[in-house]
Write a protein that binds this ligand. Structure first.
Ligand SMILES: [Zn+2]
Length: 390
């Protein structure tokens, strides 16, 4: 069994230990010490990182009471080594974990729900509860949680005897064998837990519940505590300022400004649509009435417009209409229609001749091809002549 210094004091960030074992493991080394302050991965929380001497500790795992430190360098056996954990990361995790106990305790008291899943990730922290919580209820929980921070309550860690445990009411996610470690936040929560916690609730700084969503018959709540909440605030403030400047609106009036902008955009689209239909009407008028196979090259048309133009030409009584659009380096897209001809065979020939792809219904085909405007005009005219006489 490795002696766990984080049980004694979760604020130990530097310690001396004897190296009992150092085994190569892939490209890394697996180091066992007589004691450690490194908290291993477990209970939804990722492991501490840091250094042993000069060797970087990239992962820490626990198996059968022994704690294994995965390092990037070998460490001489028997030597006394100085361990240093990445304190900024560890303290941040302590803020999240104690924050989780406060929120879970408040939810348990208010609704009777249990925390059935906890994940402390590198970006945020999620808690799953086995019951519904609305956004409004979550705001109330958040308010109460922050009141508990302001009261700066002492976080108590105790090791009750079996008898004491029997009369104690506490939250617990799993059956625990052996000595149970109880973490108490007075008046808020009592929970069995092995993880390092802050000494007083004030050290958490702030609890922000950023999201609640339905999850497995209950809800998943996302939380940011302490410096994470501050970093999130700063990111969002920066975004709010940029949006505010871009919209020329006050920071707290950007939502209304966006709605206004969307309305303007819808009006503009409507106007563009109307003008485009008018323009297409003029284009149709320019087509000589006697022309049977109409071939139009319209590089600037996109969206619905090419098909609209084709239909207008056909409505004017022409036998066939091909609209070629796009057209970067001869890379055209096409839409071809006819009210009387079957275009399926024709489009196969077209694709074969001009390295294209596409198809459709007998009365309308579309696709893309590679071709020269003049060659396409000649080809279409000839094809329409043959088709028209079949
Ligand atoms: Zn816990």
């Amino acid at each position: 069994m490795t002696e766990r210094l984080f049980y004694e004091d979760s604020y130990i960030d530097t310690f001396q230990a004897a190296v009992l074992e150092c085994q190569p493991d892939g490209e890394q080394y697996r180091v066992v010490l007589d004691k450690t302050a490194f908290f291993p991965e477990g209970g939804g929380q990722y492991s501490d990182t840091g250094v042993l001497g000069t060797a970087k500790v990239v992962d820490v795992q626990e198996k059968g009471g022994v704690i294994y430190h995965m390092t990037e360098e070998a460490i001489p056996l028997g030597a006394c080594v100085t361990g240093r954990i990445d304190w900024q990361q560890r303290f941040m995790k302590m803020q999240q974990h104690t924050g989780e106990h406060i929120v879970s305790g408040l939810v348990h008291t208010a609704f009777g729900y249990n925390n059935v899943g906890f994940h402390l990730g590198s970006m945020d922290c999620t808690m799953d509860f086995n019951g519904e919580i609305t956004k409004e209820e979550l705001l109330e929980i958040e308010q109460k949680a922050n009141e508990i921070l302001v009261r700066n309550l002492e976080v108590q860690v105790t090791y009750p005897s079996k008898d004491e445990l029997e009369s104690l009411e506490y939250r617990s996610k799993i059956e625990i064998e052996g000595q149970v470690r109880i973490v108490t936040i007075p008046g808020c929560d009592v929970c069995a837990c092995c993880a390092p916690h802050v000494r007083c609730t004030g050290e958490i700084g702030q609890i922000k519940l950023t999201n609640v969503q339905r999850y497995k018959g209950g809800v998943r709540v996302t939380m940011l505590c302490g410096f994470r909440a501050l970093a999130d605030y700063n990111r969002k403030l920066q975004a709010a300022r940029r949006i505010s400047a871009a919209l020329c609106a006050k920071e707290d009036e950007t939502a209304e400004a966006v709605v206004h902008l969307q309305e303007e955009c819808t009006d503009l689209k409507r106007t563009i649509g109307r003008l485009q239909r008018e323009l297409l009407g003029y284009k149709v008028k320019e087509v000589p009435p006697e022309e049977e196979a109409v071939c139009l090259f319209e590089p600037d048309l996109d969206g619905e417009a090419p098909r609209l133009l084709m239909n207008l030409v056909l409505d004017a009584g022409h036998l066939l209409c091909a609209v070629f659009f796009g057209g970067n380096d001869g890379n055209y897209r096409y839409v071809i229609g006819s009210k009387s001809l079957n275009l399926r065979e024709m489009v196969r020939d077209l694709n074969e001749t001009f390295n294209g792809r596409g198809g459709g219904k007998p009365e309308m085909v579309q696709g893309s091809l590679l071709g020269d405007e003049n060659e396409l005009r000649v080809w279409m005219k000839e094809k329409a002549r043959i088709l028209g006489h079949e």
